[in-house]
Design a binder for this molecule. Structure first.
Ligand code: ATP
Length: 454
């Protein structure tokens, strides 16, 4: 089992740092009543938000019901677990149910805005304690902020991280040089998950961890995804593949996309089919990992896909160059990007009446080329915000600038149009052929250019 999961805090008192936040959570739970607002734990990754929620439930003897796949978070599902009809006691004898909603910045998932509103209403009137988790508080909707209580988790100090690493080393029987632990803690950037992962990569299989060991396993010298994909198709030893999978920065779902992209080019149909079957199986584990927040399953996902694809490829190597996944697949890297990508796909699909999957598969590259050539025009055509534009041009500063400039132009146009309307019409010949003022709404009509494009 990897150490991140093995050493997840079981009780609130095991949570390192953020003592104010932990106390707040405990007091909220101790005096919980229906009048209390749900909590939103927010802050940087790897600071203990999810762990604290689980530790709290454990300390309070509450059962955890986690709804974190967007398709589970329908109004009906939430109503069932949190609404008026939900019972307090559970079958397991736990006194209450703690409802956990991760990715609160993408609360409504597939639902439209109306669905999101309904979900916020259920949260506000919940009959069970609810904890939401988010990275960025400022990306949450105003409605959600109004019905919840924020609890911030700050990046951890290196001096708080070191004792935890020391404990883990002691439990694993690894003698450690204090300078090695200081080094890891300083590199982790306040993220305990990153620190524990670095410790694992540096210390696994060793009896003694020296300062130099950390350097050799540090970020820059760890295996890259290119090396991992190459090694898989060449059929490197199982143990090496699994070690490399721990070292690369990418999550198993990203590794899966890389393998899939390269499987596509394998000439032998039977081997390709065998490889896809392994990816499908791994995908089930990945889905379950996210749904249950049970990260041990990630290990199975990695093992199934790497060893399975290595077997299918039969050591013949990658056919041609190692290819990164397609632009569209790569965009799914972070939670926030996923939400932006899903929103964009939905929006473009509604505007163009092309199903989302066809848009992604057949039109995305063409749209990208057009947007890259003339971002301002497509910000207007597709009503893109800066995050959406950034998905195409991969330059956040430029995307923000373009979107701001377009908004400014639009505002000026609207102002001019309003002034024109107010101006006395006396003496002015009414002209039916005057172009209509450019209101925001007209932007949604497909232009002739769009019609030919799609
Ligand atoms: N404050 C902490 N004390 C002890 N261990 C921690 C702490 N924060 C994180 N960890 C370690 O990192 C792992 C991940 O932590 P957790 O899932 O709670 O982070 P998170 O803040 O919810 O991150 P994310 O925003 O990425 O979901 C835990 O399993 C544990 O090993």
């Amino acid at each position: 089992m990897d150490w991140v999961e093995k050493y997840r805090p079981q009780h609130l008192q095991d949570v390192v740092g953020n003592s104010g936040a932990v106390r707040l959570i405990y007091e909220w739970a101790r005096d919980w009543s229906r009048q209390k607002k749900p909590l939103i734990l927010y802050g940087k990754p790897g600071t203990g938000k999810t762990s604290s929620a689980y530790a709290l439930a454990n300390d309070m003897n509450w059962e955890v019901v986690e709804l974190n796949a967007s398709d589970q978070r329908t109004k009906a599902a939430l109503e069932r677990v949190a609404g008026a009809g939900s019972t307090t006691a559970s079958l397991s004898g736990a006194s209450r149910k703690l409802i956990l909603l991760d990715e609160a910045d993408n609360l409504h998932g597939q639902a439209d805005r109306g669905g999101a509103k309904a979900i916020v209403e259920i949260i506000a009137a919940a009959q069970q304690p609810i904890i939401l988790i988010a990275n960025d508080y400022y990306s949450l909707t105003r409605e959600l902020k109004a019905v919840t209580e924020p609890v911030q988790f700050r990046a951890l100090q290196a001096r708080s991280i070191v004792p935890r690493l020391r404990q883990i080393c002691a439990a694993e029987g690894v003698a450690c040089d204090p300078a090695a632990l200081d080094d890891i803690a300083n590199r982790a950037g306040g993220d305990m998950r990153a620190a524990v992962n670095m410790l694992y990569a540096a210390a696994i299989g060793k009896e003694h961890l020296a300062a130099g060991d950390v350097h050799t396993s540090a970020k820059d010298e760890r295996s890259t995804i290119f090396e991992l994909v190459g090694a898989t198709f060449k059929g490197k030893r199982d143990a090496d593949l699994l070690r490399m999978a721990v070292e690369v920065e990418d999550t198993p779902d990203a590794i899966e996309q890389w393998l899939e992209g390269n499987l596509d080019h394998m000439p032998d149909l039977a081997s390709r089919a065998e490889g896809y079957a392994c990816l499908a199986r791994a995908d089930e584990y990945i889905g379950r990992t996210y749904r249950r927040q049970y990260y041990t399953l990630w290990r199975y996902a990695s093992a199934v896909m790497l060893l399975g694809v290595a077997d299918a490829a039969g050591g013949h190597g990658v056919h041609g160059r190692i290819m990164p996944p397609s632009r569209w697949q790569k965009m799914g890297a972070s939670k926030k990007q996923k939400a932006v990508r899903a929103g964009l796909s939905r929006k473009l699909s509604e505007m163009t009446h092309i199903p989302q999957d066809a848009l992604r598969e057949d039109f995305f590259t063409a749209i990208t080329i057009l947007v890259e050539r003339d971002p301002a025009t497509y910000v207007r055509e597709f009503d893109l915000d800066a995050d959406e534009l950034n998905l195409f041009i991969h330059d956040k500063a430029r995307a923000t600038k373009v979107v701001k400039e377009v908004a400014k132009e639009e505002k000026e146009k609207a102002k001019k149009a309003a002034a024109k309307e107010k101006a006395p019409t006396k003496g002015k010949k009414s002209r039916d052929d005057d172009p209509p003022a450019d209101t925001g709404e007209s932007r949604r009509d497909p232009s002739p250019g769009q019609a030919t494009l799609f």
